[in-house]
Write a new protein. Structure first.
Length: 369
């Protein structure tokens, strides 16, 4: 139940179970397919020129898809995981990482890379060093509280009864605002800021634990002892993406640590973070596996629900969720003007060639419930 593997390993493992059996309703208006045949397109960012940047994360590759569908490789290094990207004034920014989880023998490392309009590459912002120095959630208690010893003894060996946050870093989603790159560090369970000029890093906020009361049905589904029924497990918060809303707050999509599939229900959430004070507020809960996030000018939130029904729209007025773009394995979402972009089919099915896709859809007529 503890988040022991990188988010990539967890998602890949879960996809074996869900990717071939997740059914969705047909969209009222079919989205336009901009690219297909992609390997794990877990992140997308759109530009004003009509092009999109897509991270094929498992391949360590960032690709650009032009308005006419032409595809070109912006960056490729199989030794690194290439995560979220963003653009500002002709410069491309993206996160790279390695050594996420005990199954990965590489040393823990994570940085921001940029490619200027002149083609010059730069690496800055040592995220792993910040986590090693601070261990952002090192004082946070996870797991059960006051679980009887007789029950604790019945738990599987890989399920810790109680523990505190350990040193881990896995930059996943980013947002560039002014001279700051905001990073959703899925390993550190925190939001980090990186100064574009100096490269200095700072923990903006640590996300709160995600408590869940275990039911009899869930204990059985997880093959856990029945004595845990009725007890609450405090799961780790796993931030997957971050964006700046029209109110100046950071909006963060959050997976609950542990099972990321529907076994325990829709436990994901969206939080707001004040970038100046680090104050954290819940915006929406009961969101199914949110892995990408964007906001519009009215404060409505768009979430890619990876193991849910597609891209969701969460109203700023009443928090109501509705499926805006039905899709299977929607990993990320972005807006540019009145066009929504998303990556779908993002995890390959077992024994099949990868067919991740980038799609777009006009929002005209879709924003109001």
């Amino acid at each position: 139940m503890k988040k022991k593997l990188s988010i990539l390993a967890v998602l890949a493992a879960t996809s074996v179970i869900l990717s071939s059996g997740t059914a969705v309703a047909a969209a009222p208006v079919a989205p336009k397919v901009l690219a297909k045949g992609l390997l794990t397109p877990l992140h997308v960012s759109a530009g004003y020129d009509g092009s999109v940047l897509v991270s094929e994360e498992f391949a360590g590759r960032l690709v650009r898809i032009a308005r006419n569908g032409a595809r070109s490789t912006v960056y490729e290094n199989a030794a690194w995981d290439v995560a979220g990207s963003d653009r500002q004034r002709g410069t491309i920014y993206f996160a790279v990482s390695q050594g996420a989880g005990p199954m990965d023998p590489r040393p823990l490392a994570g940085r921001i890379r940029s490619i200027g309009a002149d083609g010059k590459h730069r690496t800055f912002g040592d995220l792993a060093a910040l986590e090693k120095k601070e261990n952002a959630d090192g004082k946070t208690q996870y797991g059960f509280r006051n679980l009887p010893a007789t029950c604790a003894a019945k738990l599987p060996k890989d399920v810790p009864v109680a523990y505190k946050g350990d040193v881990d870093s896995h930059p996943y989603g980013i947002e560039v605002s002014g001279r700051t790159v905001y990073v959703a560090d899925a390993g550190a369970n925190s939001i980090v800021s990186v100064d574009v000029k100096s490269g200095s890093t700072k923990t903006v906020a640590v996300l709160p634990p995600q408590p869940h009361r275990i039911t009899a049905e869930q204990a059985a589904a997880l093959k856990m002892p029945s004595c845990i029924v009725g007890h609450t497990y405090r799961f780790e918060p796993v931030p997957t993406d971050v964006t700046v809303g029209p109110d100046g707050w950071l909006y963060v999509s959050l997976l609950p640590g542990g099972p990321e599939d529907p076994a325990l229900g829709a436990r994901g959430s969206v939080y707001k973070v004040n970038p100046h004070t680090g104050k954290v507020k819940l915006f929406a809960d009961h969101v199914m596996s949110p892995t990408g996030i964007e906001t519009d000018d009215d404060g409505n939130v768009y979430v890619a629900s990876l193991f849910g029904k597609g891209v969701l729209r969460i109203s700023d007025d009443d928090g109501k969720q509705r499926v805006l773009l039905p899709a299977k394995l929607a990993a990320d979402v972005d807006l540019r003007g009145d066009t929504l972009y998303a990556t779908v089919n993002a995890l390959p099915e077992p024994m099949k060639a990868p067919d991740g896709r980038v799609v777009s859809m006009a929002l005209t007529g879709h924003r109001d419930d």
